[in-house]
Design a protein around this ligand. Structure first.
Ligand code: C2E
Ligand code: CA
Ligand code: CA
Ligand code: CA
Length: 281
């Protein structure tokens, strides 16, 4: 009886019921936000480490909340993941990003080889309709599959490794490319990495932060870049903010980079300018 009483207390504790209410409220807000087009996608350039030419962009979602202002993903993605709305939201981001790439390809010859990177959440990755959604987004936008890269994290893969390999294989069968995001922060073993049909490793920002001052971080990134080369995977360093970090990563031989040094996430127009600058002709 004492136990039951305790649970009952916990179930109705003021702080918990408030957060449950808040989450329920956000779900309602989010559904309305999707209907009323309150979400926007920003684009951050990904550049070639040697030439600084823009090779791609990463689509990053934001929410223009009518009362709370502009929300960043860490203020709503986890909740969307928990309440399931991440599936329609993620599908919208994917379609929007593909359409934007199509627009760039129509408007400027500089965008011919440009790659669009889109983040997938765990729940989207497990959703049975994912491969069809991706195929439809590519077809409706009229962009080549090879110009789309889907980013997934190690933890998403480790839940069910065989299922993950199957899904990755089906996505790759469409012709899209696959990247492991936040590499180094999860638990993937080298053995799995070899089995996974992926093309790109994105090295997490936490390793990049002190790469110009910390010899251990240099050694770690060097090891990852060598691993990438051995497995024929491209390497992308995330969160590059300084010339010092850039110089060190270039020396290590990292293929591509992303970070405030090259450009913050911005609207499509901000990238259009970078594309023209980046032709190098
Ligand atoms: P992420 O996929 O690792 O994306 C990179 C994050 O690092 C972005 O934060 C970006 O703005 C930030 N960033 C880029 N360069 C730098 C830098 O030089 N320094 C620092 N300090 N930060 C930098 P953002 O846009 O707030 O997104 C956070 C996370 O939210 C993303 O991390 C991703 O996991 C998730 N996310 C964003 N958009 C989507 C989406 O459409 N779907 C899903 N499922 N997740 C998304
Ligand atoms: Ca990402
Ligand atoms: Ca990342
Ligand atoms: Ca190289």
């Amino acid at each position: 009886a004492k136990r039951g009483g305790r649970n009952a207390y916990e179930l109705f504790s003021p702080s918990m019921s408030r957060s449950v209410l808040e989450e329920a409220q956000q779900r309602v807000d989010m559904e309305r936000g999707l209907e009323q087009k309150q979400f926007i996608v920003l684009y951050q350039p990904v550049v070639d480490m040697e030439t600084e030419r823009v090779t791609g962009v990463e689509a990053l979602v934001r929410w223009h909340h009518p009362e709370d202002g502009l929300l960043s993903p860490n203020q709503f993605i986890a909740n969307a993941e928990a309440n399931g709305l991440i599936v329609p939201l993620g599908r919208w981001v994917l379609r929007e990003a593909c359409e934007q790439l199509a627009r760039w390809r129509r408007e400027t010859p500089d965008a011919a080889g440009l790659v669009m990177n889109v983040n997938l959440s765990a729940r989207q990755f497990q959703y049975a309709g994912l491969v069809d959604d991706v195929a439809a987004a590519l077809r409706d936008a009229g962009i080549p599959a090879g110009s789309l890269t889907l980013e997934i994290t190690e933890s998403m893969l480790m839940v069910d490794i065989d299922g993950a390999i199957e899904t990755l294989g089906a996505l790759r069968g469409l012709g899209v490319r696959l990247a492991i995001d936040d590499f180094g922060t999860g638990y993937s073993s080298l053995n799995y990495l070899k089995q996974l049909p992926v093309d790109i490793i994105k090295i997490d920002r936490t390793f990049v932060e002190q790469v110009d001052t910390d010899a251990e971080d240099v050694a770690l990134i060097d090891a990852v870049v060598n691993l990438g080369q051995a497995l024929r995977l491209q390497t992308v360093a995330e969160g590059i903010e300084t010339d010092g970090q850039w110089a060190m990563l270039r020396e290590i031989g990292c293929d591509q980079g992303q970070g405030y040094l090259f450009g913050r996430p911005g609207d499509a127009a901000s990238v259009t300018g970078l594309l023209a600058r980046g032709t190098g002709t």
